[in-house]
Write a protein that binds this ligand. Sequence first.
Ligand SMILES: NC(=O)c1ccc[n+]([C@@H]2O[C@H](COP(=O)([O-])OP(=O)(O)OC[C@H]3O[C@@H](n4cnc5c(N)ncnc54)[C@H](O)[C@@H]3O)[C@@H](O)[C@H]2O)c1
Length: 271
Amino acid sequence: MKHRSVIITGAASGFGEGLARGFAAQGASVLCADMNGRGADEVARSIGGLYGTPAVGIATDVTDESSVETMVARAVDAYGSLDVMISCAGVLMAGGVEDFNKKDFDFVTSVNYTGFFLCAKYAARAMKRQRASGRKELYDIIQINSKSGLSGSKANFAYSGGKFGGIGLVQSFALELAEYGIKVNAICPGNLLDGPLWSDPEKGLFRQYMDAGKVKGARTVDDIRRYYESLVPLGRGCRIEDVVLAAIYLVEQEYETGQALPVTGGQIMLR
Ligand SMILES: NC(=O)c1ccc[n+]([C@@H]2O[C@H](COP(=O)([O-])OP(=O)(O)OC[C@H]3O[C@@H](n4cnc5c(N)ncnc54)[C@H](O)[C@@H]3O)[C@@H](O)[C@H]2O)c1
């Protein structure tokens, strides 16, 4: 991973922060991008120089095309190239189909689906330029998708639908970009039960799923957690390091593109 330049969106928190730390530890130069610019800067500052490689933070809104274009240009300016784009920024709003409003649907879709398209668009442009200048190494575009991109999610359709769509984008981009040495793959993690998306006491999924009555008979958020753990053959939630290892594998291997790699403790098994 030495001398490889990596953008990670959603790098201020959760999987994105873990990926930024994990890739820096492997010797990559990292651009930490997040709507939370201060959080992205803090992560970059805390890893910059730690492993003898630079890290830079940038405020980026992945739903805004010019913001994404600026993010990619910043990585190329800072590091001379863009080798790996990891699209990790994501949001989730749970709710049943009858009461969900279009504004919320559009918001979830714009971050999780359109945001990935924009990141892939500007990454592909930069990578193709590098290829045209004679560089021969392979490049990677990786979407942090979800097991909800492989299997429907009750009362969570806006998220699940956008993630399913993300797999369609991954396969289509992979077909289009293979001839330029650009691999495009998705990672489909299971539930990060210890992260803020699940555990935030006010907005976390345990709370949202309690309010939406998604788990029959659950009376506390702990009931919901136990229910989700019981669904995993390996008996625990997904961890950040599981996803970091999967991402490093996807970059290092040279013979997979257009794949959706489940990292779910056996909860999802491909057919
Ligand atoms: N947490 C889980 O259980 C889980 C499971 C499977 C997949 N995922 C996926 O992993 C990814 C990261 O999730 P997480 O759990 O680490 O969430 P998180 O909330 O901890 O981190 C998401 C980050 O994305 C940023 N973000 C949100 N909207 C943005 C935008 N428009 N532009 C730029 N940045 C934006 C947030 O500021 C935040 O820092 C998401 O794509 C999510 O769908 C999460």
